[in-house]
Design a protein around this ligand. Structure first.
Ligand SMILES: Nc1ncnc2c1ncn2[C@@H]1O[C@H](COP(=O)(O)OP(=O)(O)OP(=O)(O)O)[C@@H](O)[C@H]1O
Length: 268
């Protein structure tokens, strides 16, 4: 790791599956308290990158360095929603692992669970079955599950998918607070960068043969995005907010970004 304070350093990372190179020479690093959007359309390699950072997927070449514990909110929920688990039980499992049939949790553990339920705004539905909660409420519970061990890096795989506009804003606000108030580094994957534009310090963009990384304000510009995509893209500022619009579907926009200079890697 080049800087001791980096939470995550990904260096020249390549990942291939039989007959398919998914990531090639992906490099970026994240500092404490940064929110990074991992943006790309279906099949662009977002889950593969997150799984490689977690050590669940082997890299063909390159390296991942982590500084501190990692929390993960996977795209697919790892437990059966039909199980009679309350929201608070799921949060507690983040402390205990998936060992069921444990004796009653200690006072210390119960306090940690209460504090985390509060931190994500889930007290009101803490005793409801997770399977009965709305998508936005379930995301809060899953984030609490991932955060209860106080990781320095939080990885989330498409946490905004299938949420309504209000729930999207709530979850984005929650992630921003963890980053700003507690210095947690957040790497969050999404199809569409627009909901993240207000809080995203950096972007890692994976799309159609390219992987590009950089600071948001340096990349989310009409000329930069249009040049990188070879296609006109508007970056519009309305009421202090930024909106990225392409002629095609928004999630097809291959945005690229880098600090100095803009850096684009080809993926064959
Ligand atoms: N274990 C695997 N074996 C073979 N191919 C895989 C494997 N995992 C992923 N792939 C392929 O790698 C590519 C990237 O998949 P990945 O799930 O990382 O994309 P993604 O950006 O997360 O997509 P989505 O938004 O649909 O979740 C896809 O073409 C996928 O089919």
């Amino acid at each position: 790791m080049s800087t001791l304070t980096e939470t995550l350093n990904v260096s020249a990372l390549s990942v291939a599956f039989p007959g398919r190179q998914v990531l090639k020479d992906v490099s970026f690093s994240l500092m404490p308290g940064e929110v990074c959007g991992l943006i790309g359309s279906n099949g662009s390699g977002k889950t593969t990158l997150l799984r490689t950072i977690l050590g669940l997927q082997a890299a063909t070449s390159g390296a991942v360095h982590l500084n501190g514990a990692v929390g993960y909110v996977p795209q697919k929920i790892a437990f059966d929603m039909d199980m009679p688990l309350r929201a608070r039980d799921v949060v507690g499992l983040g402390l205990d692992g998936n060992r069921f049939g444990l004796p009653l949790p200690s006072l210390g553990k119960r306090r940690k669970v209460e504090a985390m339920l509060r931190a994500v705004g889930a007290e009101a539905f803490a005793d409801q079955r997770v399977g009965d909660l709305s998508g936005g409420q379930q995301q809060r519970v899953l984030i609490a599950h991932a955060m209860i061990r106080r990781p320095r890096l939080l990885l989330l795989d498409e946490p905004l998918a299938n949420l309504d506009v209000r729930a999207v804003a709530d979850i984005v606000g929650l992630l921003h607070r963890f980053a700003r108030d507690e210095g947690v580094t957040v790497l969050v994957s999404a199809h569409d960068m627009n909901p993240l534009l207000g809080v995203m310090d950096r972007i890692v963009y994976l799309a159609q043969g390219r992987a590009a990384t950089g600071k948001t304000e340096e990349v989310v510009r009409t000329e930069v995005l249009s040049r990188l995509y070879g296609h006109h893209i508007d970056v519009i500022r309305v009421h202090g907010r930024v909106l990225v619009i392409a002629a095609g579907a928004a999630d097809e926009i291959p945005i690229a970004i880098e600090k100095h200079p803009v850096h684009v890697c080809e993926i064959p």
